[in-house]
Design a protein around this ligand. Structure first.
Ligand SMILES: [Zn+2]
Length: 307
């Protein structure tokens, strides 16, 4: 009886049978997926469609045109302003694991030829938490968009404000909100993409302030955690509460877009908002489109503006 209980389910492969690194186990359905197939599918499980998390670099590399990215402020790094116990160690560990100085990568790049200010948060770096560096980088990339009259696209994946920086983290909510607010006043489009998970102070600031708010399927989106809310309101919440799909049904976000379609959807939105096509489009991306776009800075070229 015990043997029967322990017998692995059909279709699953036990760890002992597979060479390390070739197969990965889907964290949602448990299926063993060939590593290269998962990479080719942009880390979307071919069995159940679960969107596995991407690092900030992976995110930018699948979104931006090849060789188009110019990173800004790569070395901006956090000190330990409050001398919070263990913070320095956590930072060095995260830096060693991700190869980045903090939890955001920002810069300017092309999306199917549309020159765009862009930022991505990295959940692998201390839960993508927003301390003074993440806040400053999001602010600077928004200011760069303002200065160069570029649209802004930000991919969020964050547990919220970084508690090790206390009030300095909370100040980033106001700072980033003001920065994206200035884009709105200047009629520059800001597209916010919420990836799994987007919670806490990041949802309470720039992630929910996009002109268009997009989420990846299944992404966890919310401010406080489910348990905290249930205890506060003394009610059981629906099963799908705080998923991208639930947020869409309740009018909190505009679109849920599967990862393989995301780059194309962003490009269509940028065209809709009249973004100039300043970067030469990649041949593969440009061919089916076939529309002639004005060259960078050409007179008569479209202004980047909200309708
Ligand atoms: Zn799966």
């Amino acid at each position: 009886m015990l043997n029967w209980l322990r017998r692995p389910k059909h279709g699953r492969i036990s760890r002992r049978d597979i060479p390390a690194g070739l197969w990965v186990k889907c964290s949602r359905c448990g299926a063993a997926v060939y590593h290269r197939d998962l990479e080719r599918a942009l880390k979307v499980c071919p069995k159940c469609g679960w969107h596995h998390r991407l690092g900030a670099e992976e995110r930018l590399s699948i979104t931006l045109d090849e060789h188009s990215f110019e990173e800004m402020d790569a070395n901006l790094a956090s000190g330990d302003p409050l001398r919070f116990d263990g913070y320095r160690e956590k930072l060095s560990e995260a830096r060693a694991n991700t190869g980045n100085a903090d939890a955001a990568i920002v810069g300017v790049g092309g999306i199917e030829g549309y020159r765009t200010a862009v930022g991505a948060l990295d959940f692998a770096f201390m839960g993508g938490s927003m301390g003074s560096v993440v806040g400053e980088k999001i602010t600077r990339v928004a200011e760069r968009a303002l200065q160069d009259r570029l649209p802004l696209v930000i991919f969020s994946a964050s547990g919220g404000a970084r508690m090790q920086e206390g009030a300095l983290s909370l100040m980033q909510l106001a700072k980033t909100s003001a920065a994206v607010g200035r884009l709105h006043e200047a009629h520059l489009p800001y597209l916010s993409v919420m990836c799994d998970p987007t919670t806490g102070g990041v949802t309470a600031s720039f992630a929910f302030q996009g002109d268009v708010i997009i989420a990846e399927p299944g992404a966890l989106i919310g401010f406080a955690g489910r348990r905290v809310i249930e205890q506060t309101i003394r009610r059981k919440l629906p099963e799908r509460f705080q998923t991208a799909e639930f947020c869409l049904e309740h009018g909190l976000i505009d679109m849920v877009v599967p990862r393989p379609e995301l780059r194309g959807v962003l490009a269509r939105l940028l065209r809709f908002f009249g973004a100039p096509r300043a970067v030469a489009p990649e041949p593969a991306a440009a061919a089916p489109d076939g529309e002639a776009q004005p060259a960078p800075g050409e007179p008569g070229g479209p202004e980047v503006a909200c309708p």
